[in-house]
Design a protein around this ligand. Structure first.
Ligand code: NAD
Length: 468
């Protein structure tokens, strides 16, 4: 705990020194971050394997490679994103020049969770550094090996730029009592409320990257075999512990029957006849989550999978056919269970989705333009993807974030730079000709007439609300 205040103070002092503002400094940090991920790859892969049983290839794809690509994208585009943007000046204010400029916020606190313990800390870190801030990182206590690797390597590769505070709730609580210029939180709803309450004390702006139940709708116009493979990949990657994983499938009975058969085939093709023996299949993070998932499966109807081993935290890819009222449909699953839920058609699917908190992602597997349009116009979600789950994260130009219950704010690429910057309004008005003379008191009839003429020119009566 004694480490918290000094870490925050060091980050503040370094920011106050002005060292982080030049573009050159920011680019060096991004390059150093990529260098760390290359030079310390073996150490990081081993840590991810120890925390979550992550295969090296999956660690490369979804963690190390992901952050490397994000940093490279920021490096390539940062100069153009930081360029001041001119803004038109209305007649009444001319002559003048107006522009906006992205300016650093200061010290950013990034609180991460355990399911992608590297990506969910380092992708926001890259964005915050690109925006010219210093960062205090709080890794999850539930991924201790990755947390230790980051605490070891980040100060070496990013001296001054990033501080790492290890620990659990006491350390996070102590951090939240410090003053930051932005808090970026990834995790669950309960901790998000704690973060928001603490942020209110200092009026600190907050980004919340939360979760929830992300639905998938499948209809008969799609290729069920390909859809099943993609849904199984999205659901069972990282043993289901992915915030954007499809949480449940909605489809008509006539689609669910063949889809279930295709999902069983897909699970076999991804993880072999016994996923317990597959090095490509991950493990549940800890006993608490293992027990929670076991209770969800036992409280519903398992139609495939269900095998588990508490000692090794193995939980097989499992398909469920829930009955109304099963707990598995109440909360985010965050594990390798996939409920298949019958609906009468897309209208009922949309009603079900709209009856819950707004999802982080919504997946529609359909070739039918009308169905795609109905979901696009009739629902709200952080993201909407057609025929593929989770892949929107890999498009750096797309904002990643939730809406309502699934989160506030977004990041990745330019969206990160904007999240971690203040867009400052700037205006320069020459002293001559001094058009402001017109609006300075004392007022008189001549001034009133001129102002009326200008107002009429700027917003002619009757034209304001004219339909296009
Ligand atoms: P969590 O909310 O318990 O923990 C997240 C962080 O908050 C940790 O660093 C932890 O130390 C801290 N924390 C927890 N309780 C706290 C408290 N009372 N006071 C102060 N700090 C506290 O994480 P979790 O619930 O296990 O994470 C899973 C959730 O995260 C799921 O809902 C998942 O969907 C979501 N998630 C979202 C994203 C995203 O990018 N949107 C990514 C991954 C996970």
């Amino acid at each position: 705990m004694q480490t918290v205040a000094p870490a925050a103070a060091r980050a503040r002092n370094f920011f106050d020194s002005g060292a982080t503002r030049p573009l050159a400094w920011r680019l060096v940090q991004l390059r150093n971050l990529r260098r760390m991920l290359t030079e310390r790859r073996a150490d990081i892969v081993a840590a991810l394997g120890s925390d979550l049983g992550k295969h090296g290839t999956e660690a490369l794809l979804t963690e190390i490679g992901f952050v490397t690509a994000e940093a490279a994208h920021l490096e390539k585009n940062l100069a153009s994103w930081l360029r001041p943007r001119p803004v038109p000046v209305p007649l009444a204010v001319r002559p003048a020049r107006a522009w906006t400029e992205l300016t650093p916020l200061g010290v950013v606190l990034v609180i991460g969770t355990w399911n992608y313990p590297l990506q969910l800390l380092l992708a926001p870190l890259a964005g915050a550094l690109a925006a010219g801030n210093t960062v205090v990182l709080k890794p999850s206590e539930h991924a201790p090996a990755t947390s230790a690797a980051l605490a070891r390597w980040l100060p070496e590769y990013l001296p001054g730029a990033a501080e790492v505070v290890q620990g659990g709730i006491p350390e996070t609580t102590a951090l939240l009592a410090e003053r930051f210029d932005h808090i970026f939180f990834t995790g669950g709803e309960a901790a998000a409320r704690v973060v928001l309450r603490a942020a209110a004390e200092n009026l600190t702006p907050v980004t919340l990257e939360l979760g929830g139940k992300s639905p998938a709708y499948v209809d008969s116009s799609t290729d069920l075999s390909k859809a099943a493979k993609r849904i199984a990949w999205g659901r069972f990657m990282n043993a289901g512990q992915t915030c954007v994983a499809p949480d449940y499938v909605l489809a008509t009975d006539e689609v669910l029957e063949p889809l279930q058969r295709e999902l069983v085939k897909a699970i076999r093709s991804l993880f072999g006849p016994d996923s317990a023996l597959s090095a490509s299949y991950g493990r549940i993070v800890d006993d608490r989550h293992f027990e929670r998932l076991a209770a969800l499966a036992d409280g519903s109807t398992v139609v495939h999978g269900g095998q588990r081993d508490a000692a090794s935290l193995y939980f097989a890819p499992t398909l469920l056919r829930p009955a109304p009222g099963d707990t598995v449909m109440d909360e985010e699953i965050f594990g390798p269970l996939l409920p298949l839920v019958p609906v009468s058609g897309r209208e009922e699917a949309i009603r079900i989705i709209n009856g819950r908190a707004k999802p982080l992602a919504l997946y529609v597997f359909s070739n039918d333009a009308e169905t795609r349009r109905a979901f696009a116009e009739g629902t709200s979600s952080g993201a909407l993807c057609f025929d593929v789950p989770a892949a929107h994260l890999m498009v750096p130009g797309l904002p990643f974030g939730g809406v309502g219950g699934s989160g506030t704010g977004a990041y990745h690429g330019e969206h990160s730079v904007r999240t971690f910057s203040h867009e400052r309004a700037s205006l320069a008005k020459p002293y001559w000709p001094d058009t402001l003379e017109l609006i300075y008191p004392p007022y008189n009839k001549t001034k009133q007439r001129i102002i009326s003429i200008i107002s009429a020119l700027v917003a002619p009566a009757g034209k304001l609300f004219k339909k296009r």
